[in-house]
Design a binder for this molecule. Structure first.
Ligand SMILES: Nc1ncnc2c1ncn2[C@@H]1O[C@H](COP(=O)(O)OP(=O)(O)O)[C@@H](O)[C@H]1O
Ligand SMILES: [Mg+2]
Length: 362
């Protein structure tokens, strides 16, 4: 049982130069990870995910703010006093020990009784389907099995909190999907608070109760998968979450509430907005494509069609924007064909061109 709270947490590496502030790896992180929740820290490489996880773990000191677990300040406690188990990307197994010994090692260090260790190792190995390799050394295992040993070692600890740093990124695609599903089921069974670092929005979406989206050391949004997908707080979140990537482009005001993509016939009714220019976000799967009606001006022409089986991605050039629309099945669109993009106002995302903040319109 553990709730984790970050209050204005920040981290600077190295000493500041005279007259300058130290460069901050993360700053101003404040959010609550509820007991039993699975929370992903999501963002591009270098945005501060690992730094944040390491500060929760106690592997890095914090430079400012507070970290609390169940209301108690832990940021000056040693890692082994925080009741956490870490699963790293590179597994960090001891090569000279058997799988059994690798899983048991942390328990021995904590002087857990021998038969209790045995029960826990067998239970954890059984959950991860590695019960038949307990006697072998890690070097004779596949990457997927090594990752399972690392997971089993964490599970056998029965910690209050699991911390994962990109644990699936060394696995090949098929194994990654399979292990991801198993992690989700495992979390449902164990119900332990979990913090999971990933740069893969699909992993974050599929696994998480909440996602902390980060960019350049700052929190962009903390919300459920539904919220970060349907109500992205910033243009950054909009562009990072969702595949294929959201179409994002600037439009200019025609009249109050109506905007046009410059040098095109593509105009958009935004509702009650009246600034001169607005950033528009439109998901490829949330607009439609059709042939123009008699007398109707097309918005642009199809330049590429990418069939994926169940859907096809159709690229349409509108002005100087390469617009992507995802259509059902193999579609009926051919390269060169003039088309109209139909959009639903309710599916439109508007962002402030200066700050990137979401603009909520009526
Ligand atoms: N030990 C360190 N010393 C100096 N800078 C570091 C150190 N660790 C990380 N950083 C910097 O902090 C920033 C965040 O890094 P990190 O948390 O590893 O990002 P992520 O895990 O999101 O890829 C990066 O700019 C990185 O270069
Ligand atoms: Mg990292």
């Amino acid at each position: 049982m553990a709730q984790i709270e970050l209050v204005g947490v920040e981290k600077s590496y190295g000493r500041p130069k005279r007259g300058q502030e130290a460069r901050k790896a993360v700053s101003d992180l404040s959010y609550v990870i509820e007991d039993g929740h699975f929370v992903s820290l999501l963002g591009p490489s270098g945005c501060g995910k690992t730094t944040t996880l390491n500060m929760i773990a106690g592997l890095e000191d914090i430079s400012g703010g507070e970290i609390l677990i169940d209301g108690r300040r832990v940021d000056d406690l040693d890692p082994d006093k925080r009741d956490l188990a870490f699963v790293f990307q590179d597994y960090a197994l001891y090569p000279h020990m058997s799988v059994y010994e690798n899983i048991a090692f942390g328990l021995r260090m904590r002087h857990v009784a021998k038969d209790e260790i045995d029960r826990r190792v067998v239970d954890a190995a059984g959950r991860l389907d590695i019960g038949h390799v307990l006697d072998v050394k890690p070097k004779s295992l596949s990457g997927g099995q090594r990752q399972r040993v690392a997971l089993a070692r964490a599970i056998a600890r029965r910690p209050a909190v699991f911390l994962f740093d990109e644990p699936l990124s060394n696995l090949d695609a098929l194994l990654r999907d399979q292990t991801r599903s198993e992690l989700k089921m495992l979390h449902r069974e164990l119900n332990a608070t979990s913090v999971y670092v990933t740069h893969d929005q699909e992993e974050a979406m599929t696994l998480s109760d909440r996602i902390a989206v980060m960019s350049r050391g700052r929190l962009e949004q903390y919300g459920s998968p539904y919220e970060v997908y349907h109500e992205p707080a910033t243009e950054f979140v909009a562009s990072f979450v969702g595949k294929p990537r959201m179409n994002l482009f600037s439009v200019q005001r025609l009249e109050a509430g109506r905007y046009v993509l410059p040098a095109t016939t593509f105009s958009i009714d935004t509702g009650a907005l009246d600034s001169e220019s607005v950033r528009i976000g439109l998901r490829p799967e949330e607009c439609d494509l059709r042939a123009p009606r008699a007398g109707e001006q097309p918005h642009g022409n199809v330049v590429a069609v990418e069939p994926l089986g169940n859907v096809s991605d159709v690229h349409v050039v509108v002005g100087d924007v390469d617009f992507l629309v995802r259509v059902p099945g193999f579609g009926t669109f051919a390269v060169g064909e003039p088309v109209v993009i139909d959009l639903h106002r309710a599916r439109l995302h508007c962002f402030d061109p200066e700050t990137g903040a979401r603009l909520v319109v009526g």
